[in-house]
Write a protein of this length. Sequence first.
Length: 133
Amino acid sequence: KTVGADLTLYHPFGEEKEWSARLTVNLRKLYDNAEGYYDFRSLSGRLTLAYERKPWEASATVGGGDFAHDVRPISFAGPTLRRRSFSTEMTVRRSVNDHWKVFAKWTRERDDSNSRDFEYDAQTYSAGVEWSK
């Protein structure tokens, strides 16, 4: 069972409203219907700045979160598991015509934890074409 709340604030700006900012905050509490091994609390958020002026679209996003487990120890009789996540993403798109777009995207994700099993740092680069009807 998951209990939570989300808050999203959105604000377009610029002379032609070509810019926008979006802030999202999430609060969650997960219960696993067992002995609590997977139960955790989390607070996370994302901030996105976007620009759109035909034929271009661009966005940049930063995010982060804090996840604290209630019961799950990281070692025998040790502290409980805690993770902090960070993410960054940048995307650029250009319309070629009414149906086709080309894009380039960079993403970086990182998790820090008091358990080495849950730490990672990854970057992804992608480019491609999109089609929609």
